[in-house]
Ligand binder design. Structure first.
Ligand SMILES: *[C@@H]1O[C@H](CO)[C@@H](O)[C@H](O)[C@H]1NC(C)=O
Ligand SMILES: *[C@@H]1O[C@H](CO)[C@@H](O)[C@H](O)[C@H]1NC(C)=O
Ligand SMILES: *[C@@H]1O[C@H](CO)[C@@H](O)[C@H](O)[C@H]1NC(C)=O
Ligand SMILES: *[C@@H]1O[C@H](CO)[C@@H](O)[C@H](O)[C@H]1NC(C)=O
Ligand SMILES: *[C@@H]1O[C@H](CO)[C@@H](O)[C@H](O)[C@H]1NC(C)=O
Ligand SMILES: *[C@@H]1O[C@H](CO)[C@@H](O)[C@H](O)[C@H]1NC(C)=O
Ligand SMILES: *[C@@H]1O[C@H](CO)[C@@H](O)[C@H](O)[C@H]1NC(C)=O
Ligand SMILES: *[C@@H]1O[C@H](CO)[C@@H](O)[C@H](O)[C@H]1NC(C)=O
Ligand SMILES: CC(=O)N[C@H]1CO[C@H](CO)[C@@H](O)[C@@H]1O
Length: 455
């Protein structure tokens, strides 16, 4: 028994030392021994009756099963209108095919809560923010799944308030889990989020798979999946079509994020099909003050987007984005395939430290093809903190006839091999080893091991 335990610890250590394979080690889900239907709590699925109290009462009741293997809350087919509600630990929320949880269109049904400590204030309005439609706070073992049920945020009222600057507080998200461990979201469809769709913040062990997310292309600053100051995250087999960023990795805002000091790390993203109208399919930052590292993105299809892959940061952020590998990517109909900028993002207030410089280092972009691309890539680092060790390998972008430029570079350095069109000289430093990227990759491996050894 003890031997088995020690072996298990050694094995799981191996897994995290590699750091890059979160999706390979997804936990098996045990069925919950207890299940109740939301109908037993007086819910009415007519699309008109407000069911907030039914959800709250059901979840309060299911709390008592936490130490008995947990429980499932079953949502049958129907239109279940509700205001925001909180989940509990050891709970599965299961949405049957034809079940639609619909967010109330009246802000009065959305509680207002404190800002996140790593942001210091609401990101869209000073002060508090609306609680997400489905919310988890300091939970353990939560599953949100179903047989392709739907969660619909009916975001249009929020988009209008945002656009007309009449929001009293920052917009709510569809799902937010704060400080939680062991979270699974799978097998359902998310529509029309007010702001972010799924926001795990200060979480560990998050597995998001086989979901579909969509919001209209004109919905302002709507985001798909946003791992924020979270670690050990796997996102796989998802389809996202959204207004702004489809998958965005973040870790806090300026002095608040620096003080909170919790990075996003050990993230594995694979087999996703993602599209963003006015933002980027895949985004890092711009809120990244706690740092972002050890990220592997592979086998991804990016299409019909303003930008394919972006790294955004600015003076005052501090933090870092490093040890990131993005490979086996197909892009089509994208204005700018790759961008990295040190001049993007606003500040929470005037207390930020302009000398807190962010770092972008050890980024590998390899094996990508692109068709109908207008600009291959733009890198604009900070003068006092240039972007370093950027490695481009085996990229082939077919540019359309509208291309004003191919690559643009300032305050950046790196290596490249087999890149079409030919990159800027800043990214063609003679490589220190025959294959520059594998040199960086082995360095990343060492850095990863070192960071675990010192942790
Ligand atoms: C839901 O959880 C939040 C903390 O995230 C708390 O502020 C709020 O009061 C809770 N609401 C209810 C109805 O329990
Ligand atoms: C994905 O989820 C759908 C329901 O939304 C289900 O029918 C399908 O079997 C799932 N696929 C996998 C591979 O889990
Ligand atoms: C899931 O539901 C969405 C919307 O209700 C639908 O567009 C999609 O085709 C469904 N997917 C599956 C696998 O049934
Ligand atoms: C903001 O507050 C004002 C005054 O209390 C109220 O009339 C308005 O409906 C609120 N707006 C939203 C979007 O909640
Ligand atoms: C998602 O659906 C697939 C196929 O039906 C099933 O194997 C898997 O267990 C489901 N996931 C969850 C978390 O229910
Ligand atoms: C490059 O990526 C494509 C998918 O975009 C994949 O099919 C292919 O095997 C990859 N090639 C190498 C050499 O890894
Ligand atoms: C090429 O991509 C642009 C977006 O950058 C899109 O507007 C245009 O329709 C695409 N052209 C074709 C032929 O698909
Ligand atoms: C780049 O891709 C185009 C097709 O999109 C192909 O014709 C060309 O040969 C490729 N170039 C290289 C160097 O692989
Ligand atoms: C050190 C360095 O390369 N500085 C450059 C940073 O970018 C600005 C704007 O392109 C240039 O003017 C600096 O020379």
């Amino acid at each position: 028994m003890l031997v088995a335990l020690v072996l298990l610890l050694v094995l799981s250590n191996e897994v995290t030392v590699n750091g890059y394979g979160q999706c390979e080690y997804s936990p098996a889900l045990n069925p919950r021994p207890h299940s109740v239907s939301i109908l037993e709590f007086g819910a009415v699925g007519d699309g008109k009756t407000l069911n907030t109290i039914a959800f709250q009462n059901a979840i309060f009741y299911l709390k008592s099963f936490a130490d008995k293997g947990g429980a499932q809350l079953y949502v049958p087919p129907g239109q279940w209108l509700t205001g925001s509600f909180n989940l509990t630990s050891h709970l599965t929320l299961f949405l049957e095919r034809g079940a639609v949880i619909i967010g109330s269109q009246d802000p009065i049904h959305w509680e207002v809560i404190d800002p996140l400590p790593s942001y210091g204030r609401g990101i869209e309005a000073p002060g508090g923010r609306y609680l997400s439609l489905i919310n988890g706070y300091m939970l353990d073992d939560v599953v949100i799944t179903g047989n392709n049920g739907t969660i619909d945020g009916v975001g249009s009222i929020w988009w209008r308030s945002f656009t007309s600057h009449s929001l009293n507080y920052s917009r709510p998200h569809l799902i937010e889990l704060v400080g939680s461990n062991s979270v699974v979201v799978s097998n359902i469809t998310f529509l029309n989020t007010p702001a972010y769709t799924i926001h795990p913040v200060y979480c560990s062990n998050v597995h998001i798979h086989n979901i579909s997310i969509s919001a209209p292309s004109e919905s302002p600053f709507t985001l798909g999946i946003v791992p924020d100051s979270s670690d050990n995250v796997c996102i796989e087999d998802c389809t996202i079509s959204i207004g702004f960023d489809a998958i965005a990795l973040k870790s806090g805002w300026d002095e608040y994020g620096i003080a909170y000091d919790r990075p996003t790390k050990n993230v594995h993203i694979r087999r996703v099909h993602i599209q963003s109208s006015s933002g980027s399919s895949l985004a890092f930052g711009s809120d990244m003050s706690g740092g972002i590292s050890n990220v592997l993105v592979e086998h991804v299809h990016l299409y019909n987007s303003e930008t394919g892959i972006v790294f955004r940061t600015t003076r005052g952020r501090g933090g870092y984005m490093k040890d990131i590998v993005i490979s086996d990517i197909e892009m089509e109909n994208i204005y700018r395939a790759i961008a990295a900028t040190g001049h993007c993002g606003t500040h929470p207030d005037d207390k930020f430290d302009p000398n807190a410089l962010p770092h972008l280092d050890h980024i590998i972009l390899k094996n990508m093809t692109g068709t109908n691309i207008t600009i291959a890539g733009t890198f604009s680092g900070l003068e006092e903190s240039p972007f370093t060790n950027i490695c481009l390998s085996n990229l082939n972008f077919s540019l359309n006839s509208l291309s004003p430029i191919t690559w643009e570079c300032s305050n950046v350095s790196g290596f490249s091999e087999s890149v079409v069109p030919k990159p800027c000289p800043d990214l063609e430093i003679p490589s220190v080893s025959p294959t520059a990227c594998s040199f960086i990759l082995s360095n990343i491996g060492e850095a990863t091991k070192a960071s675990y050894a010192s942790a």
